[in-house]
Design a protein around this ligand. Sequence first.
Ligand code: F6R
Length: 606
Amino acid sequence: MCGIAGYIGHKIADQVLIVALERLKYRGYDSAGMAVVRDGEIHLRKAAGKLKNLSERIEAQPVVGRCGIAHTRWATHGAPTETNCHPHLSTDGRIAVVHNGIIENHEVLRRELKDQGCIFASETDTEVIPHLISTLYDGDPVAAVRAAIARLDGQFAFAVVFADQADRIVAARKGSPLLVGRGKKEMLLASDVPALLPHAQEVMFLEDGHIADFNADEVRICSFDGAAVAPRFKPIEISADAVSKGDHDSFMSKEISEQPEVLLRLIESRLRAGRLVEPDLGLDLAEVNHIVFLACGTSWHAALLGKRFLEHLARVHVEVDISSEYRYRNPIASGGTLVVAISQSGETADTLAGLRLARAKFIPVVGLVNVVTSTIARESNGVMPLMAGPEIGVASTKAYTAQIMALYLFALQVARAKGLLSQPEEARAIVSARAIVEHAARTLAECEDPVAEAADIFTSADATVFLGRGGEHPTALEGALKLKEIAYVHAIGYPAGEFKHGPIALVTRQLPVICIVPRDAMYEKMLSNLQEVRARSGRIITVGQAGDRSLADLSDHVFPVRMAPDDLLQPILSILPLQRYAYHVARRRDCDVDQPRNLAKSVTVE
Ligand code: F6R
């Protein structure tokens, strides 16, 4: 959580930093601030609330400087007030720090530093860092930062500027991401690549345990114990267009619309000469007999589908674990076990902790990630990239459908390695996967009007139930999560057959019940479940095949979806109208769909 940015160069720092924060606000957006070094002083600008508040403040009181650091916050310690917002200063105002992560021993340090005369202004854990550095600073910024780090417990990425070092930023990383970007006579710092654009052409990912010390021309890297490390930059491959909204009113809307092309890119990346390529995961898939999926939130819903694919296609025993639960268990490590860590961002703290626990038990880990430069990707034995491109809307949409497709293709690869997939079966599966691309495009086009119409009618419904069976149970969970997180509507997803065991008591004339009813093996069972809701006067919306009379007769509204040639892949199509439904309800309720309250895109805290 939280985004960090820094700039030194020939441009006006505050303008570069505001754009960088704009690109990082998916990491947190409850307050923002900036510190610019000029004329031997640190000039601070902060504002609680959305980033535009900070922009307005800077417009009213510009600080023209060439070196600065900035921060967009997702509060952990202390409310999202202006005082708690970063950067934080040392008592004499000569050192400013922005930080992402948690300093676990901040209370002990705070007491100690107060005894030494430091005056604390905020309730944050971060504020100990500038005070600590100032007590250790004698003109050598890196030495002071190294000495301070020796006292810090927890995980962090932070950046420091010093009033008497007009052209210098020092940054350190232990557990939270931090990147240095190099442009032409300018250097940037950020928590993520998009924030380096368009100024930087090259990027260097700071390693855990390393410190970067840079000016506009040069960067020096050393380890926490002071050993010099050669900086390794590589070209930035994403363009500034990939991180803009294009013609859409929100990133979420753009990302929903991108799904057909994302799926196509992903499928093509896994094929060579029309056949599935052997994934380069550093292990023999034929020997895997037990898979544990670790994931949170939307990624966990994809994992539930991964279990179905692997059990059905490859006959492998699969467990699906919520990462924050797995990490505190004592999982059994037996030969043939593989952990698959599923994470769009690749930075989710709980999933990363689960991965580390598995590796400590010598269980091989494969990361299924969208951000291939992420910590989960780097710490996994093998990586399966999602190829979805940057996902900036906080609610995951295109990464979810890419995860489902990637898991389907992975299950086919495991099945083939085990001799359970003949060449004609493989060819048929690839045809089915490819067909989803066109079906997704058509579904998005065809469901739009009915979805918008239902959103008009149910905008003020204060609760919604989603029901599905089999592969559509995860769709029900995901549909409910989308509506909760961006439209703030209380929603539950339930296995339709289980609904009568209690939750059916919720049904009233006012309650919208969204039932996912594709023409699969569960179709007849779902119709019975629909009848149960209808008999109690619930308002029924169905996600199903266009022109299905039985469904239309039982429904108040139908969201039409195309039918996948392989039932296993249907959830990729069924979720599309539900993503659009959440979007439309949220817009009608005046919610910010890209930045829902209380959330952040990368959950890098426990
Ligand atoms: C919901 C959403 C979250 C994430 C979860 C895990 O729309 O985006 O539930 O899925 O925080 O994030 P990753 O996949 O980055 O590990």
